[in-house]
Write a protein that binds this ligand. Structure first.
Ligand code: FES
Length: 303
């Protein structure tokens, strides 16, 4: 007789939250009017220019918000460890203060990025910001209590703040990894276009001086013909994949550029580098040549 062996399978169901909190936030329209007003005010206040580019991270080519946030969160976790181990209260106060101080530029960079996102991303980002501002407020209260000599209540407030910061961090992770805010949306281009030359279209079929989109395999390309010269970039903007061929052509410091129609990222036509954010990653560019029979060929430019 066959013996049936019952195996106990581990279930991780209990680890999954019963409510899809982030999904609900993404879909909720309740905050939309506030979000619209705040995002517009932030964009108007900052305007285009160096400060906005700096806060996006354009000078370094990397978003500024994530590394600044890491410093604050690291300091606050260190505060909790120092509190739990009853270490010197001066050390806890020092790292707590450092965390609060670095939270301010982190918030400035974050809200600048947030002001140029899709609405679903802005909803999650808004709650993320509220959770983090709550954390900063609680930490500031904790610091005040500690400085007044009430270390016990100061420590309690810090633990409550860590909970709020944890929620903020969880939502920030969702925003970055699930909703791809801050990610390079042109990264896949290098994997979708094989090396070597590819026929794109006939030169005579391209309008002069007006960008158009042309398909190459799996991707769309931004193609601009000026006389016999042709500039080709990936068409999906590296910020959030906006269609660059619908953008404006401008000149920035003597360089011809295209401005993304969605949030205004500005890329140099010569090599796809970023002149202005919110994009921080360059736009993949292509080398071009015209065959004798008038066919335009392209190949990915070396990185
Ligand atoms: S998609 Fe946002 S600037 Fe292009």
């Amino acid at each position: 007789m066959k013996e049936t062996v019952k195996t106990k399978r581990r279930s991780f169901k209990h680890l999954v939250p019963p409510v899809d909190l982030t999904g609900r936030i993404e879909r909720s329209t309740r905050m939309d009017r506030t979000i619209h007003a705040v995002a517009k005010a932030v964009r108007r206040r900052l305007g285009p220019g160096r400060l906005r580019d700096l806060l996006h991270g354009v000078p370094t080519g990397k978003p500024l918000h994530p590394p600044l946030v890491t410093v604050s969160l690291g300091c606050w976790v260190a505060t909790a460890v120092l509190d739990l181990t009853h270490a010197d209260p001066r050390a806890a106060r020092a790292v707590l203060t450092t965390g609060i101080a670095t939270a301010l530029p982190a918030a400035a960079a974050g809200i600048t990025d947030w002001s140029s996102l899709h609405r679903e991303q802005q909803r999650v980002g808004f709650v993320h910001a509220v959770a983090n501002l709550t954390a900063v407020g609680l930490y500031a209260g904790s610091l005040a209590l500690r400085l007044a000599g009430d270390d016990r209540r100061g420590r309690l407030l810090s633990f409550a703040a860590l909970g709020a910061a944890g929620l903020g961090g969880q939502l920030g992770g969702h925003l970055a990894y699930r909703q791809a805010a801050g990610a390079n949306h042109a990264e896949s281009v290098a994997h979708l276009v094989p090396l070597g030359w590819h026929d794109l279209c006939e030169l005579k079929d391209l309008p002069d001086g007006r960008p158009v989109a042309r398909r190459l395999g799996y991707i769309d390309l931004f193609v601009l013909r000026v006389g016999e010269g042709v500039t080709v970039l990936a068409d999906g903007c590296s910020h959030l994949a906006g269609p660059l061929h619908q953008g404006r052509l401008v000149s920035e410091d003597g360089s011809a550029c295209v401005v993304c129609p969605w949030h205004g990222s500005t890329f140099r036509l010569s090599d796809g580098t970023v002149a202005h954010g919110p994009a921080t990653a360059p736009q993949p560019s292509f080398e071009t040549r015209i065959r004798r029979d008038g066919v335009l060929q392209v190949r990915p430019a070396p990185l």
